[in-house]
Design a protein around this ligand. Structure first.
Ligand SMILES: Cc1ncc(COP(=O)(O)O)c(C=O)c1O
Length: 382
């Protein structure tokens, strides 16, 4: 028998629900990816670069042209001037970036604070690094940080805090004042911050993304992660980046160098071209996704689900207590897929230990209008 290094990890719910959707023909609002394609000019650029022979290894830290584009974006959006050479690293997906950051920082016996519900890749990465995850629950219903609990959880073993804003699965946003509060709590301690900001451009109702990149004090001890896959509707490209001060970037790169060495070359060329030629894409994203959120929520208002509109990401959580309070959320997601033809994700899977009264499922609204209309019709008929 193999003694597993990750004994509690099995097939993820994302795979299970997508398989169930495929088996049952349910509309798949479970896993977080668009059912429409990325911009044509971007896809054409990949084809062009593949044919032009840009098919060998990229530099370990990423193509300079793409790092320059990222640095320019960060300066324009967040007012932070970063060195494309020393502070920007291109990675094969945000997931690889998160993994490498955790391996680079977390030592045996270190504690890492994560806020549940949390994205599923953090905890296994901490475990593989020999660390221990301290799971703190965000306060419901708005999924805000419990500052008292955080203050009590921080101790001599705390090495890293993982933030995620805009937040998957809830869509909640951290505010500038939250970052100030966090800075106060970790000031003078040997604690780093991993800020997962892959949905940085999906912020609605005119609100601002309070990036750690805007926060001078926190940035000095932070690694900030984003994903081109989310921003350009190409999740299958698995291309992301990390921004961190030079000393932290150097440590991250030591791991990244031996996990993957570099990201995919023609994709990096294409993204660099597209970012230079279509800077408006990013500016248009909030309205693009807000329209989808509003369409879905307007339609869902006629159902028995209850919800508050998601302030960010492309996810909407909804409470089903009025429909099947007898089912836990995993049972509910199965029932919705099998009996009503809509695949969702139960929110409890994002918890180490979910509250017993949790009755929430997550819908992904990164879908074409007709998909959202069809799904809403089925959900309203329940
Ligand atoms: C919060 C969060 N972080 C990271 C990722 C991974 O991004 P990528 O596909 O670029 O690896 C996702 C994808 O769903 C996510 O939701």
């Amino acid at each position: 028998m193999i003694q597993s290094k990750l004994p509690s990890v099995g097939t993820t719910i994302f795979t299970t629900m997508s398989q169930l959707a495929a088996q049952t023909g349910a509309i798949n609002l479970s896993q977080g990816f668009p059912d429409f394609d990325g911009p044509e000019a971007l896809r054409e650029a990949v084809a062009r670069h593949v044919m032009a022979g840009h098919n060998q290894y990229a530099p370990m830290t990423g193509l300079p042209a793409l790092r320059e584009q990222v640095a320019a974006k960060v300066a324009a959006l967040y007012g932070r001037v970063v060195s494309a050479e020393h502070e920007v690293t291109i990675t094969p997906g945000a997931t690889e970036a998160l993994f490498c950051a955790i391996q680079a920082l977390v030592r045996t016996g270190d504690e890492v604070i994560v806020f549940d519900p949390s994205y599923d890749s953090y905890a296994p990465a901490v475990e593989l690094a020999g660390g221990r995850c301290i799971h703190l629950q965000l306060k419901r219903p708005d999924f805000s940080i419990d500052w008292q609990a955080l203050a009590e959880a921080i101790g001599p073993r705390t090495r890293l805090i993982v933030l995620n804003t805009p937040h998957n699965p809830s869509g909640a946003l951290i505010a500038r004042a939250d970052l100030d509060q966090l800075a106060g709590l970790i000031r003078g301690r040997d604690i780093y911050l991993l800020s997962d900001e892959v949905y940085e451009h999906l912020v609605f109702d005119g609100r601002e993304h309070a990036s750690v990149l805007r926060h001078e004090e926190l940035y000095q001890r932070a690694l900030v992660v984003s994903s081109f896959g989310k921003t350009y509707h190409v999740t299958g490209w698995k291309t992301g980046y990390v921004i961190a001060p030079p000393a932290l970037s150097a440590e991250l790169r030591k791991v990244h160098q031996y996990v993957s060495f570099c990201g995919v070359t023609p994709l990096q060329w294409a993204l660099a071209d597209f970012m230079a030629a279509y800077p408006q894409h990013i500016a248009e994203l909030p309205d693009f996704y807000q329209a989808k959120r509003d369409l879905f929520c307007d339609l869902l208002a006629a159902s028995r689900f209850t919800f508050t509109r998601s302030p960010g990401t492309y996810f909407q959580v909804a409470d089903y207590s009025a429909i099947r309070p007898d089912l836990n959320d995993v049972q509910m997601a199965e029932w919705l897929a099998r009996e009503h033809g809509v695949a969702t994700i139960p929110v409890s899977v994002f918890y180490q230990e979910a509250p017993a009264d949790l009755r929430l499922v997550r819908f992904c609204f990164a879908k074409r209008e007709e998909t959202l209309r069809q799904a809403a019709q089925r959900l309203c008929a329940i």
